[in-house]
Design a binder for this molecule. Structure first.
Ligand code: NDP
Length: 295
């Protein structure tokens, strides 16, 4: 029988979007400025198109203006850079996001380096990432997915200080910044990756587990310490003949097993996913407020 409390990312994200709406309206009333988010998407990956559509809808729902540039798969790196430069110079744009992954002929590093760090709402610029990693430095922005994970812990009343945390995965966009954030919150953090020989044993020591691997159901129930809190970042399509689309989404954690051992767990979908977008809106609001020194 399931014992874990389900951490409802969908409803927490809704609550955050409501808070953001209020702030967007307050700013507009006070100084006539509406936050703006620019999204650049290259190629026609289905998943990327869905993410971008969801981001646009989320902007609309809170009153943030969204700008969108769609480029064909065979666009050049320079074209992408030119659009970024335009948005860098556009005072109605407070956040710039390049939807990843980019087509393989483009160099992601060259492109992300061009985003003005004051508009880097994804938090992927190396200067922002570097500040996140250093003591006594503040990044302009914290990457959305890991920020959403921490926000879920805070809003579920999970204390982080002094806890043992394991992050499974070390990607630039999720695992690595998630580990840095947990450490900033005074957890003692281990990172498990594809070359970690004793992943299961290490993970079982954690009071807090964040899984971001991209391998369906990899973290089994016996990897979880009884009473641990589990945040599942994974979004993996697996074949499912019973689903109308022919597939369904599962996490990196085997939910049916883990929910019997953990004290709290995020579902997939409806856990971290909606939080990522809420944090993107939050970062855009933060950026607009900062641009006008609006408190
Ligand atoms: P990446 O593929 O960039 O990184 C995966 C990480 O997991 C790597 O560090 C890799 O290790 C590690 N890994 C892979 N296989 C194993 C294994 N068998 N054992 C231990 N570690 C392993 O993925 P992302 O971080 O971008 O995404 C992870 C998951 O999160 C995906 O399912 C993705 O769809 C989802 N996601 C969800 C978001 C959301 O909004 N909820 C946002 C972004 C991603 P190594 O470094 O050694 O290769």
């Amino acid at each position: 029988s399931a014992t874990a409390k389900v951490i409802d990312g969908k409803s927490i994200a809704k609550q955050i979007r409501d808070e953001i709406s209020v702030e967007v309206a307050r700013m507009k009333d006070a100084i006539g400025v509406v936050p703006g988010l620019a999204v650049i998407i290259v190629g026609d990956r289905k998943d990327s198109a869905t993410y971008v559509r969801n981001k646009r809808k989320a902007c609309e729902s809170v009153g943030i203006i969204s700008f969108e540039v769609r480029l064909p798969e065979d666009a050049t790196e320079q074209e992408v850079i030119n659009h970024i430069s335009e948005f860098n110079n556009d005072s109605s744009v407070h956040g710039i996001l390049v939807q990843l992954p980019l087509p393989s002929h483009m160099n992601e590093t060259n492109i992300l380096d061009v985003v003005n760090i004051e508009k880097d709402v994804d938090g992927f610029h190396p200067l922002n990432m570097g500040c996140l990693a250093m003591r006594d430095r503040e990044p302009m922005f914290v990457p959305c997915t890991p920020k959403g994970c921490i926000e879920l812990l805070h809003r579920s009343g999970v204390s982080i200080k002094g806890k043992r945390a394991v992050v499974v995965g070390r990607s630039n966009i999720v695992g690595m910044p998630a580990a840095l954030l947990l450490q900033n919150e005074n957890a003692t953090v281990s990172i498990v990756h594809s070359r970690t020989p004793n992943a299961e044993e290490l993970t079982r020591q954690a009071d807090i587990v964040i899984a971001a691997v991209g391998v369906p159901n990899m973290v089994r129930g016996n990897w979880i310490k009884p009473g641990a809190v589990v945040i599942d970042v994974g979004i993996n399509p697996v074949e499912d003949a019973k689903s109308p689309r022919g597939y369904r989404l599962v996490g990196d954690v085997c939910y049916e097993e883990a929910c019997k051992v953990a004290s709290a767990i995020t579902p997939v979908p409806g856990g971290v996913g909606p939080m990522t977008i809420a944090m993107l809106l939050d970062n855009t609001l933060i950026s607009a407020k900062r641009a006008y020194n609006f408190k």
